[in-house]
Design a protein around this ligand. Sequence first.
Ligand code: EPU
Length: 347
Amino acid sequence: MSQSQSPTHTFALIDAADLTGLNTLGLPARAQRLARPTTLDALSQVLAERDPAEPLFVIGEGSNVVICSDLPGLTLSLAIDGMARVKQDNTHVWVAAGAGVHWDDLVAWTVEQGWQGLENLSLIPGTVGAAPFQNIGAYGVELSQLLEQVTVMDVATAQVKHFAGNECEFAYRDSRFKSRDRGRYIITGIELRLNKMPQCNVGYGPLKARFGHLSQADILPAAVREHVIAVRQSKLPAPDVLANAGSFFKNPVVTKERGDALKSRFADLVAYTQPDGVKLAAGWLIEQAGWKGKRLGPVGMHSEQALVLVNHGNATSADVIALAEAVCADVQEKFGVALEQEPVLLP
Ligand code: EPU
């Protein structure tokens, strides 16, 4: 492996960079060239020096990817730092953060300030830059509800551009950056609007049980964060202890008719009514299909949350894909429901 850094460069280019520690599933792979720019200038310099025909990949901490083989061309892992309050009024604060900030550092900092909004999204692995890409969500809150704007750099022109929250085409675990504009922009930072007065969202099961009897003024973001962390730690494995990429499948949405038909066959089906149909708990489907805690080679579905695919050690992407296919086939056979994978396959 060689590393080059010319005096005029504010970024290092690493050849044949090992990505094993840069994907939370811990899959072995290398990037032909890896750069970790720390500023917008450095990022535009990297883009200017790149051959436009060269493949380009962007990963944050690799918490939502399955790296299937070595990545050709250039891989960027942004290290743009910084968290700051940019403005405020009587009721709200606007907070900006760089794409390279560890997501939970941003949540911890805002909650420490007493600002309300991000507490339900505590302990989600990954970076700030990855958060709008897949519209992270947990415990009844999605990032899209708090996002004021996303700052991006256009890969073709290195121009900086801002998208207002409502221009990002956010949907359940989706955005324009993940779908129609995939590869076109690099997310460099976000701006959020948070509340000064607590109005925590505690409607989701485990939060309702703990806080449902309290009045809004008595539910502090710090207490909600603490509880969310406890709930997550009880069922979701920390990637540095047991390698995983969070939920491996999306919760599938089926038509109301299909949901009703399933409910009549499976009385304890876990289903939530949505404007566009019925969302089914994929974890329940996978558990009922017999996969909770079950292994296939070095990978398995987690014993506490069947939706999380874990690497027990030395797995390859082929092991991951074989398990994902086996789980999908069994859920399809038992329930007639197609599961859609959540993490992005690279390259
Ligand atoms: N369930 C089971 N067996 C399981 C897992 C779940 O029966 O092994 C059933 C339970 O009835 C449970 C229900 O499914 O009440 C829902 O489970 P949970 O509250 O754990 O949430 P989830 O729907 O499985 C989603 C997100 C998570 C997020 C949680 C909490 C997706 C794909 N996943 O999981 O996000 O943390 O809700 O809001 O929407 C992620 O995206 O990586 C992620 C972890």
